[in-house]
Design a binder for this molecule. Structure first.
Ligand SMILES: O=C(O)CCC(=O)c1ccccc1C(=O)O
Ligand SMILES: [Mg+2]
Length: 368
């Protein structure tokens, strides 16, 4: 294929409910959607998971637009591409900016899957026809509010509950949840809110048999996480610290992590995500697919990736209706009894609804 035209849009969608983590609250989701067209007219879609401001990592919607316009799109336009794995190689001259890179790479995987007449899941080598999913629950105003929410999600069938924690919203919260729901699979995600000096607090969480604790310490750390893992029984899962296969190897070799949260954008695309998956499979490290409050486009990519065999633990890929009054794809992503059925259609498997995406678009530009 040869990509002859790329359109970037800034899309703004209102979340049904605000989402609060240890670093702040979201009411809206501002993000980039990328549409790539090849010389035969096949269209592929990608979504940037960079947020409006740089608190999860250093990338933003605006830095992604800049990287795409000034560096990444010029490296792609009118180049002959035989396989999406080559996109990573074309981007080699550009350091980091993984979320920006992933935005184009995702659209090219979509085109490739359509042109080889297979689902994106199949193109990646995935075999599952349905995937098991959990849900990520933000920090609430009170423990009672949280218990009520969890109760609803348990009844909806979600396979594990991820609870956002921060200092002061941790041990008592998890104790109440464990006492109220003795058999539910719980995990906690701190988004880097603790330091190694908090090990005693984190050690108290061992009593609640959490499936794992996600990224308790600094967002760039793998050394202190290894020290912490020696002090606590709960398995540590890294999120923010992992940007590549190399990061994964080092963290696994150091003993900083027993489980990996793979986010396609954070690691620079599906090709790198698959490499991390394969390495973890050989090294007995279970993986699961993280979420970034994606619209249906990014969600479709997450569903496809999760069909790979070592995605053993339920991911954060909840249904569209968890986030949006109306998603930008048809059909929406639906969760039933904790499962999503993997679409079998060629490509990402869902149609982007142009009318809906137009109604949420605040700016757009085409490059050829
Ligand atoms: O529902 C989702 O998409 C996952 C929500 C979530 O946990 C999250 C949302 C925004 C930024 C970071 C994270 C995270 O996994 O740490
Ligand atoms: Mg996380």
């Amino acid at each position: 294929m040869k990509i002859t035209e790329i359109t970037i849009r800034h899309v703004k969608m209102k979340l049904k409910e605000p989402f609060t983590t240890s670093f702040g609250t979201f009411d809206d989701k501002d993000f980039l959607v990328l549409e790539a067209k090849d010389e035969s007219g096949t269209i592929g879609w990608g979504e940037s998971v960079a947020f409006h401001s740089p608190w999860y990592n250093e990338e933003t919607l605006q830095t992604n637009w800049h990287m795409l316009e000034d560096f990444l799109i010029p490296l792609i336009l009118n180049k002959e591409i035989h396989h999406p794995d080559e996109v990573n190689e074309l981007f080699q001259p550009i350091r980091k900016n993984n979320m920006a890179k992933s935005t184009i790479e995702g659209a090219i995987w979509d085109i490739y899957a359509q042109q080889t007449n297979q689902s994106l899941a199949a193109a990646l080598g995935g075999k599952k026809d349905k995937i098991e999913v959990g849900i990520s629950i933000g920090i609430q105003k009170s423990i009672e509010d949280l218990v009520a929410l969890v109760d609803g999600f348990v009844k909806e069938g979600y396979k594990r509950m991820k609870i956002k924690i921060k200092p002061g919203w941790d041990v008592e919260v998890m104790r109440t949840l464990r006492e109220t729901f003795p058999d539910v699979a719980f995990m906690a995600d701190a988004n880097s809110a603790y330091r190694l000096t908090d090990a005693e607090t984190l050690k108290q969480l061992d009593a609640f048999h959490l499936t794992m604790i996600e990224q308790p310490l600094a967002s760039d750390d793998i050394i202190d996480h290894a020290a912490l893992q020696k002090l606590i029984d709960t398995p540590i899962c890294l999120d923010e610290s992992i940007h590549s296969l190399e990061d994964t190897r080092k963290a696994v070799e150091l003993g900083s992590t027993k489980i990996i949260n793979i986010k396609i954008g954070r690691v620079g695309g599906l090709t790198e995500a698959k490499k991390i998956h394969d390495y973890c499979e050989v090294n007995n490290i279970p993986v699961w697919c993280g979420g970034m409050l994606e619209s249906g486009i990014g969600r479709a990519h997450n569903v496809a990736l999760t069909t790979l065999s070592n995605f053993i633990l339920p991911g954060d890929t909840a249904g569209s209706s968890r986030y949006w009054e109306k998603d930008i794809i048809d059909p929406e992503v639906v969760v039933k009894d904790g499962y999503i059925e993997v679409p079998q259609k060629a490509g990402i498997g869902y149609e982007v609804n142009r009318e809906t995406v137009d109604s949420f678009t605040v700016a757009q530009k085409t490059y050829k």
